[in-house]
Design a protein. Structure first.
Length: 64
């Protein structure tokens, strides 16, 4: 089971990666893998959100 701290770290990394990728492309890897990175980040964001939503439902479903 993935803990909330891991989710926060993942989310922080994803946000940082997107922001650094959008701001003038400071890192050369972002200019090099521009299209690939954009699609990969989109899939990662979608996956993290989906897993987070599923975990939230599983945690809160039985509490009511």
């Amino acid at each position: 089971m993935v803990t909330k701290d891991v989710y926060r770290m993942l989310l922080a990394f994803v946000v940082w990666a997107l922001v650094s990728g959008l701001q003038g492309k400071f890192w050369t890897i972002w200019t090099w893998f521009d299209g690939l990175a954009a699609s990969v980040m989109a899939w990662i964001v979608a996956g993290v959100l989906a897993i987070g939503a599923i975990n939230w439902v599983m945690e809160n479903w039985g509490k009511e």
